[in-house]
Write a protein that binds this ligand. Structure first.
Ligand code: GLU
Ligand code: ZN
Length: 495
């Protein structure tokens, strides 16, 4: 029996709406989603919760909030409870849960689990320097203040932060990914639960919500590992005051490393999820790649579907070592998923890209749809991203050829133009406009007649008609473009 195989499983993704959604967020979402769906397959009552952690008013933006939903919709990972769909533990947006946090703060204080701290950051730093202590963070100075001390601080106009009283000793837990992890409380100072202005902090709200939303497994990035001992200690307090029933299991997913073996950061262009959509990745291609950042389905297998991942995903198989982000590999995996699409599916997927590029109208006209259906078998096998269809197909739909200037300069030199003229003369004599007839007329005139090598013969014709050196197969392209347009283009090349 596996970890997730019975009973109730509740996992969550809890992004903060700051900046543009990044790769780490999608990997966390994917692993949680797959964990829940796998547990459901095993018969568990499994739920994937989407919670928004927006208590940091200064850093949150509406744009970022919207893009979280946009990116999740694009990826196609669905959740069972969340700000948009609601659920039994609503609201799922922390900015709407302030009353809950105030209440929990009051109960923690009443139970003696927390205390007010009046120290400034400078005072804490100065004391640390003086004592020569190697321990980072707060020293517990305000743990046992007398009434007189409190009054004196108040008289100075100081407003206190609320700190949690960390217990002495070791805190150990069995991480679902890394096994036993132990922290000594010397290294975990009394941390702040709320700011001086009363605003609750992440350190409080994430565990409170995990408890109240009955989260059973917290699967999140390794960057949050250091907050786990605090959260585990806080859970004991939350249980004592009746907020939590149990402590969830934790699993910390490996770091994702970028260039130069540094942690992939929001500054790296390949970290931004919406850029993959705009660049023409398939969501299933990107998700397949993201799945590999810490997990694999089998030693010799990189390409798989989400259903296959769900069937096979075990959190215990996640590798704790940092994963390296490799854009080339992501592209190769995406290309493999492109190969799996039928011509109809490909048509459907490229349509919005062609519309955005102004190649197709919205809605698509019947004439465009017909041409697209006929063109797709020619490009489907040749493109590795959806955006490549834009470059490949523009010539068919535009009246004007969008010439690639570099290709024109290189290929349509005086010799190239002569080849184009000869091709035009030969094609004028073709009565049935099919790719086979076109091919034999061109071969006869250019290869047999002029003695040219195929590359020298067909390169200029291709650039003249499609505008670029890379296009769908030439003879089929001419057929699709039609006799009239083809001859007109061959007759009006830049000279
Ligand atoms: N809101 C946190 C973040 O975006 C995640 C918190 C968690 O998963 O515990 O980094
Ligand atoms: Zn203090």
């Amino acid at each position: 029996m596996t970890e997730s195989s019975t009973g109730t499983v509740r996992v969550r993704m809890a992004p903060s709406p700051t900046g543009s959604p990044h790769v780490g967020l999608a990997r966390t979402a994917l692993y949680n989603w797959a964990f829940a769906r796998h547990a459901a397959l095993q018969g568990a009552d499994a739920t994937f919760v989407f919670r928004i952690e927006d208590t940091d008013k200064e850093r949150n933006t509406q744009e970022s909030y919207d893009s979280l939903f946009e990116v999740m919709a694009w990826l196609g990972l669905s959740w069972d409870e969340g700000p948009d769909v609601g659920g039994p533990y609503a609201p799922y947006r922390q900015s709407e849960r302030s009353d809950i946090y105030s209440d929990v703060l009051a109960r923690l204080r009443e139970g003696g689990w927390s205390y007010d701290c009046y120290c400034t950051t400078d005072e804490v730093a100065a004391r640390r320097l003086e004592s020569g202590s190697k321990t980072m963070g707060y020293d517990g100075f305000c743990r046992e203040l007398t009434d007189a001390q409190v009054e004196a601080f108040r008289a100075e106009g100081r407003a206190p932060v609320v700190r949690f009283r960390m217990p002495e000793g070791e805190i150990s837990f069995d991480d679902l990914v890394r096994g036993t992890v132990t922290f000594h409380s010397d290294h975990v100072p009394d941390f702040a639960l709320a700011r001086a202005n009363g605003d609750p902090l992440y350190t409080l709200v994430a565990p409170v919500d995990d408890a109240m939303m009955k989260i059973t497994h917290v699967l999140r990035g390794e960057d949050l590992l250091s907050s786990t001992p605090r959260q585990i200690a806080l859970y004991d307090a939350l249980k004592a005051i009746g907020v939590a029933e149990t402590t969830p299991r934790f699993g910390h997913l490996p770091y994702v490393m970028g260039e130069g073996n540094k942690k992939l950061s929001k500054r790296d262009p390949e970290a931004h999820l919406l850029a993959y959509r705009d660049d023409g990745f398939l969501p299933e291609g990107l998700l397949n790649y993201l799945a590999l950042l810490g997990w694999s389905i089998a030693a010799d297998r990189d390409v798989f579907s989400l259903d296959e991942m769900v069937a096979a995903f075990e959190i215990a198989d996640v590798n704790p070592n940092p994963a390296r982000f490799d854009l080339k590999k992501a592209e190769a995996i995406n290309a493999a998923h492109m190969r799996l699409l039928s011509s109809e599916e490909m048509t459907e997927r490229v349509t919005p890209y062609l519309q955005r590029a102004g190649i197709l109208s919205d809605p698509v006209t019947a004439e465009q749809a017909d041409l697209l259906v006929r063109a797709m078998p020619l490009v489907g096998e040749r493109i590795n991203k959806l955006t490549e269809a834009v470059d490949m197909l523009g010539f068919l739909f535009h009246d004007e050829v969008g010439y690639d200037e570099a290709d024109v300069a290189k290929i349509l030199d005086p010799t190239g133009v002569e080849v184009v003229d000869a091709a035009r003369a030969a094609l004028e004599g073709v009565s049935t406009w099919g790719h086979e007839e076109i091919e034999s007329a061109l071969r006869e005139a250019l290869i047999d007649g002029l003695g040219l090598k195929p590359r020298v013969a067909f390169g200029p014709v291709r650039v003249a008609v499609t505008g670029r050196r890379i296009s769908p197969p030439l003879f089929e392209s001419l057929e699709l473009l039609g006799r009239e347009k083809s001859l007109a283009r061959l007759g009006s090349v830049p000279r």
